[in-house]
Design a protein around this ligand. Structure first.
Ligand SMILES: C[S@@+](CC[C@H](N)C(=O)[O-])C[C@H]1O[C@@H](n2cnc3c(N)ncnc32)[C@H](O)[C@@H]1O
Length: 481
């Protein structure tokens, strides 16, 4: 069994959460289960960093991960044992000859593998995903796309030449490749051209990238970006069909110009051609595609009843809930946006007031009646608009299985383990963040369930009261507490 060059660190990936994939499946007519009581397989799971927090959050669900890396699987198994999880198994196997329980999984995930392995492993991924799926199961595959990735291919070529054959270790190869790229960026022919600007931007991006990512993406042996239409053809040959994209905002054309909208109209109901064209208008380099079995009946019209049955949560929080004109801040990145006044902004504020967990449509309708006078149909239109624009998300259930009030804080066991030694920590919303030292310390201070006030008091030896309150609220808002 050939082993990967060095262990790639795996983190929680929000799109793979079964409550998110399940909501998209239900909106397309598939009877997806709730996250509690489901079965999920991850192909190329690394050290299990994506599956472990799910296994902890949903003890009545079962999770299996397969990966060829002995080091990664051993590391993951040690953490699973440390956390006392009995519903997650990591299997060390090569996908080219691994077996899988047929028709056993509601959700199958393969992130960061397809474009980065040899063609026979790519075929094995689609075959395994198809075999593993239940009739109504969904299969998330991520891959690099053309034509957007073609430009990045230039950077990959330069890094490859720079690394040459002078070093074997991935970290040394990264360093050599990056030094060479910097040298190229300073040359006169690069400084004055758009090519030079592109290299400088790439170097800026690499500044905040993990070397394991740079190695895998730009120096690894395989990297096959492909046209979306080619991916769909391969999926079809493997008995699968395109369902939708994990990020709905990417399938929406609402923000594109009228000329583009007109062009898209000419494609009629050919949704695959439409997606391909959108990749070009957005210069897209990466896709997170949901597939399902080829024979499964897919409903592409949005069902109002299904939408109303889902949990709605805001990805943005108001900077000042008494003055919405000040705009909203993205919960995960802190990026600030100003939304135009109107129903959508008011509704976003109502959904935001339900916290990171959100609420079901009926509750939001009730709450919104206090501040807005809208008929249910208009509220629904506003909610769908917010969802398609990426301001809110829909899930089949609240993302944390812990029922808690806003004044009490708790942490997950995995977040505490990560706070001690991992570069990033996983939140209850299945996001990974590089928390600061003091934020990590705060997580480790929480014993069982405690009041926010007690945690703030414990933090007073490190910071003043106001800073401690702001930090604790921010950790709670992002789903760490
Ligand atoms: C870039 S990592 C992605 C890991 C993980 N899914 C994540 O999101 O971080 C690619 C993973 O695929 C695994 N892999 C590559 N070839 C494989 C094969 N033939 N069989 C099983 N796993 C393989 C590697 O060991 C590695 O853990």
């Amino acid at each position: 069994m050939s082993q990967p060059a060095f262990v790639y660190k795996t983190f929680a990936r929000r799109e793979t959460h079964p409550a998110r994939m399940g909501a998209l499946a239900r909106l397309h007519g598939l009877a997806a289960p709730s996250p509690e009581g489901c079965s999920m397989l991850e192909i190329g799971c690394g050290d299990g960093g994506n599956l472990i927090p799910l296994a902890e959050a949903y003890p009545r669900s079962s999770f299996v991960g397969i990966d060829i890396s002995e080091d990664a699987v051993h590391k993951g198994r040690a953490e699973i044992e440390q956390l006392g999880l009995h519903n997650l198994t990591l299997v060390c196997a090569d996908l080219s000859n691994a077996s899988v329980d047929e028709g056993a999984y509601d959700f199958v995930v393969c992130h960061g593998v397809y474009s980065w392995v040899a063609p026979e492993i790519q075929r094995a991924i689609l075959t395994m995903g198809r075999l593993a799926l239940k009739p109504h199961g969904v299969f998330l595959v991520t891959y690099n796309t053309l034509p957007g990735w073609r430009q990045r291919g230039v950077i990959r070529d330069i890094l490859g030449v720079g690394a040459g054959s002078r070093a074997d270790h991935p970290l040394e190869r990264c360093a050599l490749g990056l030094d060479f790229l910097k040298l190229v960026s300073k040359e006169k022919s690069a400084i004055t051209t758009s090519f030079g600007r592109y290299i400088t931007e790439a170097l800026e991006r690499f500044d905040s990238s993990d070397p394991s990512y740079i190695h895998e993406e730009f120096l690894g042996r395989h990297n096959e970006p492909l046209l979306f239409t080619d991916f769909v053809s391969r999926a079809k040959q493997g008995g699968l069909q395109f369902l939708t994209e994990a990020r709905v905002v990417m399938t929406s054309s609402d923000d594109l110009s009228p000329a583009v909208q007109e062009y898209l109209e000419t494609l009629g109901a050919d949704y695959v051609a439409r997606e391909q064209v959108l990749d070009i208008f957005r210069n897209r380099t990466f896709r997170e595609t949901l597939l399902c079995r080829g024979e499964t009946r897919v409903d592409r019209g949005l069902s109002v009843d299904v939408f109303k049955s889902l949990q709605l949560s805001s990805l943005y929080t108001a900077i000042d809930s008494r003055d919405l004109a000040r705009g909203f801040r993205e919960r995960t990145s802190g990026r600030e946006v100003v939304t135009p006044p109107g129903d959508c902004t008011n509704l976003l504020a109502v959904i935001d007031s339900c916290g990171a967990q959100g609420a079901c449509f009926a509750d939001i309708f009730d709450r919104s009646r206090i501040s807005m006078e809208l008929a249910e149909r208009d509220l629904l239109i506003a909610a769908v608009t917010l969802w398609r624009s990426g301001f809110i998300e829909v899930t089949t259930a609240p993302l944390s299985s812990l029922e808690r009030d806003f004044d009490t804080v708790t942490t997950t066991r995995y977040a505490r383990l990560q706070a001690r030694s991992h570069p990033k920590v996983t939140s209850r919303t299945h996001d990974s963040h590089p928390l600061s030292e003091i934020e990590r310390k705060a997580l480790l201070m929480v014993e069982g369930a405690m009041s926010k006030r007690s945690l703030v008091t414990l933090l007073l030896s490190d910071m003043d009261q106001q800073s401690a309150e702001i930090m604790v609220n921010s950790l709670a808002e992002r789903g760490f507490l």
